[in-house]
Design a protein around this ligand. Structure first.
Ligand code: ASP
Length: 407
């Protein structure tokens, strides 16, 4: 029993096997779509646990914070971290794209390509939408910001009723613990799910799709690497976690992000992983679900890179003021992106419209979107994890890692 291979290792093997099978499948006549349901089962399973896990953990977290001001402080620090690191992400994307010029000399046909378009919702509407008319509906539809809002209020209410709330607190805390166990059970299927997802991805988005836009993909991955090295690792170091521990601790959520292209799917694993690494429960049970919804550094990098790429293809000049517009809009558009595959591809139309890039450009990059999304989602998840460790360090002065006992 005790010699069983760790879950992240099994997942990594599943991923590598998936790449191999996906690569050889077309040549041996194996229909990769056969594997699709196995991947879909995994995505559904991990999304199934998100709402109850976040709901109960957040209530228990908020109820254990006796001073409301503490949560206000945590929220402020978290939001500042999110906005600042997202702005850095777009900047890195823009700088690298300007340097490498991935679209220069490429002439790609945009005939018959019709993009979907996203429109900018008014800020007042965005803010008002955080308040649920009916919390049960918010829960049933998985509206994360509304769930966070209600769970926080409920948690505060629970802590205010003192003695009377003890039984309910114990019950909620018990539900949170149970959901952690359920998540761990669901994760046992992860190696198979990861294998299936990777097989389908590689078989359908192989080299022939990639090659024409390889420079664009390379800039995206390079910018993502820069974001990790220049932004996340210094924050993680400040929090007192070594890079080795950081990546090892986050292996499960990162593999999930990379293979599912959905940060919503990686939410539960991410929250449990940062808590194991020492992020405090009140901080991480708030900041990880919030970040999952609004902190999308990978999407932000992508928007910077893709804007320059598209402008180059269409020969549209991008002076500094236009690039600053891209910066601002990409931060907003990334906040509005959801944690599902391809979200940023729709949201980027907001950026393109504002700087006069034809929307057909979106359809142009859509062919390689899955591969770009793999990097985006991994960075989106990594950004939230870093934030939870960083803010815990700011709040508590020190991280308290949980003892290692994971199978
Ligand atoms: N797929 C990304 C995520 O789930 C969103 C995006 O960048 O398209 O985080």
């Amino acid at each position: 029993m005790t010699t069983r291979m760790s879950l992240p290792k099994q997942m990594a093997i599943g991923m590598v096997l998936g790449i191999v099978v996906g690569m050889i499948a077309p040549s041996v006549g194996l229909d990769a779509s056969w594997f699709k349901p196995f991947g879909q089962i995994f995505i559904t399973l991990i999304r199934m646990v998100v709402v109850p896990l976040v709901f109960f953990t957040l209530i228990a977290g908020a109820a254990s914070v006796t001073d409301v001001r503490t949560l206000g402080r945590v929220a402020t620090k978290t939001l500042i971290y999110y906005i600042f690191t997202t702005a850095l992400a777009v900047t890195i994307g823009l700088l690298l794209a300007n340097l490498v010029q991935p679209g220069l000399g490429l002439s790609l046909s945009t005939e018959n390509l019709t993009p979907k378009q996203a429109t900018v919702p008014p800020l007042v509407k965005v803010l008002m939408d955080i308040i649920p008319l009916n919390p049960i509906e918010a829960l049933s539809q998985g509206k994360m910001l509304q769930i966070i809002f209600f769970a926080l209020l409920f948690g505060f209410g629970l802590s205010m009723i003192g003695e009377k709330g003890t039984t309910l607190y114990n019950a909620v805390d018990g539900c949170a613990e149970t959901m952690i166990k359920v998540t761990n059970m669901v994760m046992l299927y992860a190696p198979i799910g990861v294998f299936a997802l990777m097989t389908v991805t590689v078989a359908t988005h192989g080299l022939s799709v990639l090659l024409p836009l390889i420079k664009l993909v390379a800039v995206m991955y390079l910018a993502s690497l820069c974001q990790v090295l220049l932004v996340y690792l210094p924050c993680v170091k400040f929090a007192g976690v070594t890079p080795g521990k950081f990546f090892r601790g986050l292996a499960s959520p990162l593999i999930i992000a990379f293979t599912t292209c959905s940060s919503a799917a990686a939410l539960s694993a991410n929250m449990l992983s940062v808590q194991k690494m020492g992020a405090s429960k009140p901080v991480s049970s708030f900041s990880i679900p919030l970040g999952n919804t609004i902190n999308m550094d990978g999407a932000a990098i992508y928007m910077g890179v893709a804007a320059i790429f598209a402008a180059e293809i269409y020969g549209i000049p991008m002076p500094l003021d236009k690039q600053l517009t891209v910066l601002l809009l990409a931060v907003l558009a990334s906040i509005g992106s959801m944690g599902v595959p391809g979200a940023a591809l729709v949201m980027i139309t907001m950026v393109f419209t504002q700087v006069g890039i034809p929307l057909e450009a979106v359809a142009l990059v859509a062919g390689v979107d899955r591969v770009m999304d793999m990097a985006r989602t991994t960075i989106n998840v990594l950004g939230d994890a870093t934030g939870a460790l960083f803010v815990t360090r700011l709040e508590d002065g020190k991280l308290k890692p949980q003892p290692e006992n994971q199978a």
